[in-house]
Design a protein around this ligand. Sequence first.
Ligand SMILES: Nc1nc2c(c(=O)[nH]1)N[C@H]1C(S)=C(S)[C@@H](COP(=O)(O)OP(=O)(O)OC[C@H]3O[C@@H](n4cnc5c(=O)[nH]c(N)nc54)[C@H](O)[C@@H]3O)O[C@H]1N2
Ligand SMILES: Nc1nc2c(c(=O)[nH]1)N[C@H]1C(S)=C(S)[C@@H](COP(=O)(O)OP(=O)(O)OC[C@H]3O[C@@H](n4cnc5c(=O)[nH]c(N)nc54)[C@H](O)[C@@H]3O)O[C@H]1N2
Ligand code: SF4
Ligand SMILES: [Mo]
Length: 740
Amino acid sequence: MTRVAHRICPLCEACCGLELMLDGDRVIEIRGHEADVSSGGFICPKGAALAELHEDPDRLRSPMVKRDGAFVEVTWDEAFAEIERRLPPILAEHGPNSVAMVIGNPAAHKAGLLLYGARLSRAIGTSNIYSASTLDQMPKQLAAGWMFGHWLSVPVPDIVRTELLVILGANPMASNGSMWTVPDFKGKAKALQARGGKIIVIDPRVTETARLADQHLSIRPGGDAFFLLGIVHTLFAEDLVKLGRLAEHMNGVDELRAAITDFPPERVAARCGIEAETIRSLARQLATTGRAALYGRIGTCTQEYGTLASWLVDAINALTGHLDEPGGAMFAKAAAFAANTAGASGRGKGITTGRRRSRVSGAPEVFGELPMTCLAEEIETPGDGQIKAAIIIAGNPVLSAPNGPRIAAAFDQLELVISFDIYLGETSQYADVILPAYSSLAESHYDVALSQLAWRNTARYSTAVVPAPMGHPAEWEMLVRLIGIVKGRGGDVDVTALDDELAADDLARTVGSAAQLVLSKVAPLRGPERLLELALRAGPYGDRFGMASVPPADGGVTLAKLAANPAGIDLGELAPRVPEILRTPSGKVELAPPPLIEDLARARADLDRAVPPLVIIGRRHLRSNNSWMHNLPTLAAGKFRGAAMVHPTDAARLGLTDGGRGRITRGERSIEVAIEVTSDIMPGVVSLPHGWGHGQPGTKLRVAAERPGANLNAILDDTLRDPLSGNAVLGGVAIDLAPL
Ligand SMILES: Nc1nc2c(c(=O)[nH]1)N[C@H]1C(S)=C(S)[C@@H](COP(=O)(O)OP(=O)(O)OC[C@H]3O[C@@H](n4cnc5c(=O)[nH]c(N)nc54)[C@H](O)[C@@H]3O)O[C@H]1N2
Ligand SMILES: Nc1nc2c(c(=O)[nH]1)N[C@H]1C(S)=C(S)[C@@H](COP(=O)(O)OP(=O)(O)OC[C@H]3O[C@@H](n4cnc5c(=O)[nH]c(N)nc54)[C@H](O)[C@@H]3O)O[C@H]1N2
Ligand code: SF4
Ligand SMILES: [Mo]
């Protein structure tokens, strides 16, 4: 019997609605769901490949325990018994900080992992929390936290109404958008151009997005903060600042003006590789276009001045009158889980960082985490607080974090590694116990985090498309069993009972004595569904359990309504939210947060840094997803996408040929790469994607092993980070390249 089912794609931030054709429980075809209120039928090749992921024979179907150096399949009870035997003694002897949590990217796309992973960290009580955030967007979150008062109050371009979109260090044609849920970026970009608007891309490479744009400017890797300072300087110098409606809601304009006087366009031009007049022209265009948005993403984050650059992007949006305005950079209003819709509106506690420091390097805690680049040294360095065990949740830092091989060696010396992973991969091979999820098609879905960064306000929920395999727990249930072990209740704890307790504890913290009453209103839901229903009803479109000052006419958004509408519920276009969204102590947008003004001294001292002859940067490809979708045949097919791009002048100088091979060296470490000679990359820069380096002996990724590629992160340094956010520097560092 063929049937049709719907599911939000869990693979990237675009969160497309998919339509699946099934024969029984076998997936025949996956296409875009035309009626989806957010994605309108868009799909990319990865979404279609979910069918192959579902079937992938290398995907683990049962838990694995390492015995005498080799993995054996065990039952779920055996797996948890193994953990119960080994984890509590470590905690008892060495304390909570001896157990590290290491959280990877797919956790952001899975409600069960996101909602229950945090509960496990809390149950353990560890300060050793590491995630892909410090390889990615922490600078953006920190800047937003300082400016707007919460870590996820990040504005996104209002692409459907803008006339000018300036994209800095992002390639949404490949990534499908990041910190910006924007399915079918291409369609929206073309519509922008069709209504007479313009797109400018600023990137060291002529990317797929640059090709679509009206203008491309090459920028020297790591030069973004300097370039943006030149723009801010111009805005003040040419009297182009117009704060508009937000004027009365902004603090720090004069402080900002005073702080940037050393950065006129002439002074920053060499550092960013963009001519002074071009910088001025861009500033003028941004200031004089009625509806314009500046958007910066991973290229602006994974560098030494990531937080400065992220701050300046939104400072420029504010100074040009485009922040929180239609067609500018606007804030989504998510239906559930958004801290910026909770509590009193307009003012709050703001954010705090540095509540503790990492033991070895003294890196400050940011958003509850320590930098991923501190993980290896915290495992290696003896003393009080040394990491003895790790729980890795959907992460592959051996390939995805700088100096990955050092992390591998560090994992190897731990007393216990527990891995939540669906493959025996480059990182999970170091585990003692692997707990694989079942296919995501067998689980329900809600975008806990990404709805907060969406191009339009919608609420969408997917029920499971196929039944879960018999006896195979959901990931949230695995996490509850781990919590049971940590709390001394055993790995065979009654999951339902403990889940009830966890929900009640949480509610007691937010609604106090009303907890039991509220819980009774969402009975008999449990697990992530219960948390979702609670969040939806307490959220800005919910009935607030009868406490809403203006009760929603239709009873408000509920889980039942979402479940009945697989295409989602449309909640309208982005609308201005300042001052309601603010949670800063001042109740204002902070344009000149003191730590950022101070950090300008570092940039000032660095203005005249010499240009290394050759630096490396990263890139993404539409048919790849960080380190882990290289095992799916249709995605892996075709031209190899892991080659190092080299400009013809560099190739000639270094004796490299297109299709040949080369060795990239940085310090003591080197990798061998395939060479692609192309004028798409700017001279003096090499582009190599991360996430490759498969085919390692202990792994089982047979398709990926056929074309392993090289691990960019094997040569990057775990000593380089943005001191404010702790984010790793993943680009712009000097390398040597020689033919093989
Ligand atoms: N040099 C360089 N390095 C980078 C980047 C860069 O631009 N340049 N980008 C960085 C960024 S932005 C990120 S987000 C990180 C990503 O790096 P990681 O956070 O390590 O994520 P992935 O590489 O995607 O690896 C995800 C792991 O989760 C597993 N997995 C997949 N689905 C599931 C599931 O449903 N459940 C479980 N339990 N496991 C699952 C996969 O098998 C894989 O082992 O890489 C970073 N590394
Ligand atoms: N197909 C696919 N989609 C993905 C992913 C994937 O691996 N594959 N990963 C997902 C994840 S985890 C994330 S975080 C997002 C990231 O999404 P994006 O931020 O769009 O990331 P990229 O596509 O890597 O684009 C970054 C661009 O920055 C440029 N760049 C490098 N260094 C600099 C610099 O110093 N300055 C400037 N201005 N530009 C620079 C690079 O040339 C590149 O074109 O993508 C997500 N979506
Ligand atoms: S763009 Fe992202 S969410 Fe959409 S189908 Fe592709 S992988 Fe899935
Ligand atoms: Mo990421």
